[in-house]
Ligand binder design. Structure first.
Ligand SMILES: [Zn+2]
Length: 397
């Protein structure tokens, strides 16, 4: 199979992005290169992003992040999008900055990046700052309802890692666990009615993914004056089961962040008891469960209600994404794999897309060349992963 021709063909395909945090209109472009980098995963690398063009600072920063996946795909994206010939350095910093600021004078540029350059027909939006919002662009963004705050409604003072609290947000004062789980059911039904295509749980940033069976008596104690850690965990276990039950009843998939996060009990295998208990729920396990990527392949092999959502993974580690995708083709049908950029800006969405298309191209071409896949199967695989599978999720009643 001709790799260059296949890669060019991949570029022409429409995409439905399974996961993004695309910022509201007013947040784009104003702050130029530094603002863009601050709103990217490069800012997660533990070295502060330079805010000016100081040569020594930029040199040290590039020395630290310059070969990381987060950086190199962003650099490729910026060079491609803005026609920049030279890599990012202290000498070219101002050119990058100017190109970004100029392009964003068109206030729709960030949306054009998604629609025209990323070829997004739709993007699932996890607006954790306003769960269920579509940024005022319903034609493009399909909201998902983030459920983290539901795990913190036991006490008005409690908050998830984004500062969310379900009862505070709704202005309710429920102190009984039965009534609380009924409210969860109601809120998720409302989210579905308002157009949410999925529910999204990112609790791996807050606690382990070991959701034991609900201990309702202990869960009730979480509403008391000074609940113990075990009471709060029991409360959250009950909440997770209530969410799964609602997802099953409402026919909506449940996206779950797996891997990284706290790096403590955030491996996807912790979810096996929930997955086997709720065969009617489609569990979209996100990020390849990195670094425990084999968990995702194993769970996909055994459970038809598990999907692999490869969002973010090619940006975290392109090598890991390549290994997992290859393994998934071995153990799971083409109909249970999706991808999303998981980005806040159009530029980083394009970077994530470049990374994923490179992974798709390399894996599918290698398999075709090794006689493990025919060319038409490779093309079908790409179309399903980039578009058809997510389209099926959007149209689920
Ligand atoms: Zn995300």
């Amino acid at each position: 199979m001709d790799g260059i021709v296949f890669r060019e063909w991949l570029d022409t395909l429409p995409v439905i992005c399974s996961h993004s945090h695309h910022l509201p209109d007013k947040e784009h472009g104003e702050r130029g290169l530094a603002g863009l980098l601050n709103n990217s995963y490069i800012s997660w690398c533990g070295v502060p992003v330079p805010q000016g063009d100081d040569e020594i600072e930029i040199g040290a920063w590039l020395g630290a992040v310059g070969t990381r996946s987060y950086f190199l795909w962003m650099e490729k994206a910026l060079m491609a999008l803005y026609g920049l010939k030279e890599p990012l350095s202290a000498a070219t910093w101002a050119d990058y900055d100017k190109a970004i600021l100029q392009a964003h004078q068109d206030t729709e540029w960030h949306l054009k990046l998604l629609k025209e350059r990323c070829r997004y027909e739709a993007a699932f939006l996890d607006a954790y700052w306003a769960p269920g919002e579509d940024n005022g662009h319903p034609e493009l963004f399909k909201p998902v309802f983030r459920v983290n705050s539901l795990f913190y409604g036991y006490n008005i003072m409690a908050s998830d890692h984004n500062g969310g609290n379900f009862q505070r947000a709704r202005g309710t004062h429920i102190t009984g666990i039965k009534e609380y789980t009924a409210l969860i059911r109601q809120a998720l039904a409302e989210a579905k009615a308002s157009g949410c295509v999925a529910f999204k749980c990112a609790l791996a940033y807050d606690r382990g993914m070991d959701f034991k069976d609900g201990d309702w008596d202990r869960a009730q104690k979480a509403f008391g004056d000074s609940p113990g850690k075990g009471d709060i965990l029991a409360f959250q276990n009950v909440v997770m089961h209530a969410i799964c039950q609602a997802a099953e009843e409402l026919g909506k998939p449940l996206q779950i962040h797996t891997g990284l996060g706290l790096m403590n009990k955030s491996d996807a295998m912790r979810l096996q008891p929930l997955i086997s208990r709720y065969p009617g729920v489609t569990f979209l396990l996100m990020h390849g469960g990195y670094p425990w990527t084999a968990d995702i392949a194993g769970l996909c092999h055994n459970y038809p209600n598990v999907w692999a959502d490869l969002c973010w993974l090619p940006l975290i580690s392109t090598a890991a994404a390549e290994r997992l995708l290859d393994e998934l083709i071995d153990v799971c049908g083409a109909d249970r794999v999706v991808w999303g950029c998981d980005a806040w800006t159009g530029e980083e969405s394009y970077a994530a897309r470049l990374a994923f298309l490179e992974v798709l191209s390399r894996v599918l071409c290698r398999r075709a060349d090794n006689g493990l896949m025919r060319e038409e199967q490779a093309r079908r695989y790409a179309r399903m992963v980039l578009f058809d599978n997510a389209a099926g999720l959007v149209s689920r009643a």
